[in-house]
Design a binder for this molecule. Structure first.
Ligand SMILES: [Zn+2]
Length: 118
């Protein structure tokens, strides 16, 4: 019996899907190929080097949030965007972070990703 991949929609033999006992079919709903693509951005890297770089940069959390694109529209009608620091607090409180987020933070700190061991 073939399975339909929930992501690419292509019908493939069961061997093309990773085993997942939690699923009724016994396999993941997306095929190995699709999972490879989606898993990559979820690579986690240690947060510590970036926290240190952030402290060295002497940027405020507000400024960092803005540079990382975390803003929200101000309540006042002038529409100026305000920094949204909650994602920054969340990042800084975790031991590891998403690789993509780490790259964005390194860029926001004018840091060469290589220097940040990314
Ligand atoms: Zn697929």
């Amino acid at each position: 019996m073939k399975l339909d991949c929930s992501r690419c929609g292509i019908e493939k033999p069961p061997e093309a899907f990773h085993v997942c006992r939690a699923n009724k079919s016994g396999r993941y709903s997306s095929c190995k190929e699709c999972r490879r693509e989606t898993e990559q951005p979820l690579r986690r890297v240690p947060t510590q080097p970036l926290i240190e770089a952030f402290h060295r940069s002497r940027l405020s959390k507000c400024e960092l949030a803005k540079r990382m694109g975390h803003t929200r529209r101000a309540k006042s009608p002038n529409g100026i965007r305000q920094a949204d620091t909650s994602p920054v607090y969340r990042i800084l409180s975790q031991r590891t972070m998403n690789y993509e987020t780490a790259l964005r933070m390194a860029r926001a700190l004018n840091l060469d990703p290589v220097d940040a061991n990314l």
